[in-house]
Write a protein that binds this ligand. Structure first.
Ligand code: MG
Length: 171
């Protein structure tokens, strides 16, 4: 028997990549800003690493279907929370970026998961150190009507995954 043809299967990964990048842009994040975090993470291991190479690996990361799905899911929850479309108690947890909520980090692990254990180490570091645009997003997210609960982890996870992709390439 043939499987149900979900909408996801009709969108090819390139088309979905465009949607994902546009959605990130609308939420205030350019892929170059993610590549800057990757460069920061990986330049000590790959001395002549350029921002262009990092951007190339960020582009590869956002071509992966499980990465795209995690991005779409996380950003949607942030947006719904901002619009007041999520019920309590979840609404307050998301709008206040409640520290013990934890599902934002778990969702982001679906992104780093694609690149193995180096990805997890990098993600843990990025999450704590709040490098580059992550720090900016974190600060903007403190405004009453802004929710970046999932966005900051997603950005960190994409950067960490790209760093791992580079590490695998140049190791
Ligand atoms: Mg978060």
């Amino acid at each position: 028997m043939e499987k149900v043809n979900f909408e996801e299967n009709r969108l090819n990964d390139t088309r979905k990549r465009d949607i994902v990048v546009k959605r990130l842009n609308e939420r205030g994040v350019e892929l170059t800003q993610i590549a800057e975090i990757t460069l920061y993470l990986q330049s000590q291991y790959v001395p002549d690493l350029t921002l262009e190479t990092c951007l190339d690996h960020v582009e590869r990361v956002v071509m992966k279907r499980e990465v795209q799905n995690a991005i779409l899911t996380g950003l949607e929850l942030d947006i719904l929370a901002e619009k007041g479309l999520i019920s309590e108690p979840l609404s307050s947890m998301l709008m206040n970026d409640y520290g013990l909520y934890g599902v934002d980090e778990v969702l982001a692990l679906a992104i780093v998961n694609v690149y193995g254990s180096i990805g997890f180490t990098n993600f843990g570091y990025v999450d704590k150190a709040k490098i580059g645009v992550i720090k900016h997003l974190d600060e903007l997210g403190k405004a009453k009507d802004v929710c970046h609960t999932f966005l900051d982890d997603i950005v960190g996870a994409i950067a960490a995954a790209a760093a791992s992709s580079i590490a695998h390439r140049y190791a």
